[in-house]
Design a protein around this ligand. Structure first.
Ligand code: ASP
Length: 594
């Protein structure tokens, strides 16, 4: 139908007769001349109808915002006075000759060029309209380009794109499963994959050697901040590559992606151990653009009477750390109160601080409610260790190490945002040497990555001291976001069984849930490993969007629902009967309970 995209026209097309198809972005009537801004996925162009073209002019007069038109006309240069530098096609316009109304439109639920006051709920309910906005078109176009570049890279490197099942058994990645009842096996359920983890490992056992998939994953999590119940991974697995080689090839992939899509040369990717990341940044996905670090002061605080500090300093599971904010002495009491409240979300019971007014004056030059609890020489040593200078503020965390790291790690980011301390640009890194397990608080071990990750030690050392064991896992982090993560996998049955035992999965359960994997490991499983990138997050970072919902065409709300289709929804009694399902509560009862 069309000869050109609206947004693709330029002075190069002057005098050409073009046919455009698109939506009316705006219509203006300027004393007998009608201006239509016509929009398609490439952009907007101005079309002018004057009364010479009588029938078409009358039609142009009738159209309203979001009508769908087919317009034929001649491209002409705009006069100097009417050139619009704010518009990509602002040097030209199309003198309309013919206008066909392909469809009319109701008044849009919100204005497409000025949506800022529109709640997200409304945007999602009319997502097909929201997606017409240039910003959303640009993001999804870039998303498509990113996936295409990634596919090309992986294809060129000999990776095979192989699909794995959606109807499957549980694949543990630490979330709840979405379940699908089976009609043909009454009382039994499929689980939607939390990731293709086990299938991609089995593909390595089968000899495919290098696999990838743009894979949908499903995790029924309590939706914290920016998560989606279904999301997309660039899922990768390789055989006969060790962690160095896997990191190198995927680093090159991301580097080339940034170069081709954003024309950005990413800097070096430093490798930082998990321990160092936690010690220095209180996070396993540190944002290295922030010039603030946590500094341990346990040894000093063991020498003070102040119990709030001495207790955690002496406790092997505790930590006392300081966060110096350069130039932060101007932070007001009110702001400090705000930060105290903020760290309480992470379990911190308070936020001690010292303002440094005049270092040369010693303790006299400091201001803080906690100074009276500390001997002067300890304070002096601490100031020296932190290289604190006039105008700085020092915040403290003292608690279990986990609480201190989380609280000060989050505070580090918050203060940097508030004080404008985040350097521009890109800051990638690898985090390596993760612990194999963490304690779940009830004396049991849970895997930090997933139960198929290989340890760096042998099975005896692992069983003797699970808490000390490191894994062969790695995460790629960019600007404080985990872009991707993976590991070398266990490829021997005995080791896999040892890990299951540590995780309190007994033989019967291991057999029932993972018997197929244990078997496969006995039939010549090669050493293998891989990783998965979160595509949504990657696209979010690359497009500069603030939420992954803004780079997904049809995302779910924070409560894991689709407000456009009203999913999830009730199903008919007949369907329930076929599935052999009876609700424990009647629908009205459960609605009442909500
Ligand atoms: N399956 C892992 C995940 O979804 C990624 C990997 O280990 O390859 O986090």
């Amino acid at each position: 139908m069309r000869s050109h995209y609206c947004g693709a026209l330029s002075t190069a097309n002057i005098d050409e007769v073009v046919t455009l198809c698109g939506w009316v972005d705006r219509r203006r009537d300027h004393g007998g001349v009608i201006f239509l801004d016509l929009r398609d996925r490439q952009g907007i162009v101005q079309v002018v109808f004057d009364p010479d073209t009588e029938e078409h002019f009358r039609r142009a007069d009738r159209v309203r915002s979001e009508y769908v038109l087919k317009v034929t006309g001649r491209v002409r240069a705009r006069g100097d006075a009417t050139v619009n530098p704010a518009m990509a096609t602002g040097e030209i316009e199309v003198l309309g000759k013919k206008l066909e109304i392909l469809n009319s439109a109701e008044t849009p639920p919100f204005q497409l060029d000025d949506y800022t006051n529109v709640g997200e709920e409304v945007r999602l309910q009319y997502r097909y309209m929201d997606l017409r906005r240039q910003e959303m078109q640009d993001r999804l176009i870039m998303r498509s380009k990113i996936t295409s570049e990634l596919r090309t890279f992986l294809d060129d490197e000999g990776f095979l794109d192989i699909e794995t099942p959606i109807l499957t058994r549980a694949t543990p990645e630490g979330a709840r499963d979405y379940l699908v009842p089976s009609r043909t096996h009454p009382g039994q359920f499929f689980a939607l994959p939390q990731s293709p983890q086990l299938f991609k490992q089995l593909l390595m056992v089968s000899g495919f050697d290098r696999y990838y998939q743009v894979a949908k994953c499903f995790r029924d999590e309590d939706l914290r901040a920016d998560r989606q119940p279904e999301f997309t991974q660039i899922d990768i697995e390789t055989a006969f590559l060790d962690e160095r080689e896997i990191m190198a090839i995927t680093e090159r992939m991301i580097r080339e992606l940034f170069k081709s899509v954003l024309e950005v040369d990413l800097p070096e990717f430093p490798h930082i151990t998990y321990k160092e990341a936690m010690d220095r940044y209180g996070s396993d996905k540190p944002d290295l653009r922030i010039p603030l670090e946590l500094v341990s002061v346990d040894d000093l605080m063991q020498q003070v009477d102040f119990k709030v500090f001495r207790g955690p300093a002496e406790d092997p599971a505790g930590r006392v750390a300081a966060l110096k904010v350069t130039g932060g002495a101007s932070i007001s009491r009110k702001e400090i109160d705000g930060y105290t409240k903020y760290v309480s979300i992470y379990g911190a019971r308070g936020l001690a601080w010292i303002k440094v007014n005049d270092v040369a004056a010693g303790v006299e030059g400091l201001q803080s409610p906690i100074l009276k609890f500390m001997p002067d020489e300890i304070v002096a040593q601490m100031i020296e260790r932190l290289s604190a200078a006039d105008g700085d503020i020092i915040f403290f965390g003292a608690d279990r190490a986990k609480v201190v790291n989380e609280a000060l790690g989050a505070l580090r980011i918050k203060v940097a945002e508030d004080q404008g301390m985040i350097a521009p640009g890109w800051s990638p890194l690898w985090v390596v040497d993760f612990p194999m397990f963490e304690e779940d608080g009830e004396g049991s071990w849970t895997p930090l990555h997933h139960p198929f990750t290989a340890p760096s030690c042998n099975a005896d050392a692992l069983s003797a001291n699970p808490g000390e064991a490191l894994s062969r896992a790695y995460d790629m982090v960019l600007n404080g976001c985990e872009l991707g993560g993976g590991s070398i996998r266990i490829h021997e049955r005995a080791m896999q069984e040892s890990v299951f035992r540590i995780l309190n999965i007994d033989e019967a359960e291991a057999e029932e849930k993972f018997g197929f994997l244990l078997n496969a490991l006995q039939y010549g499983a090669p050493p293998h490993g891989g990783l998965a990138f979160g595509l949504d997050r990657l696209v979010m970072l690359m497009t500069g969007a603030h939420s992954i919902r803004d780079v997904i065409a049809f995302p779910k709300t924070q409560s894991a629902a689709c407000v456009m289709t009203n999913a999830p929804g009730v199903v008919s009694d007949q369907q329930m009967k076929e599935l052999n399902i009876r609700l424990r509560q009647s629908r009205t009862e459960s609605e009442k309970a909500q």
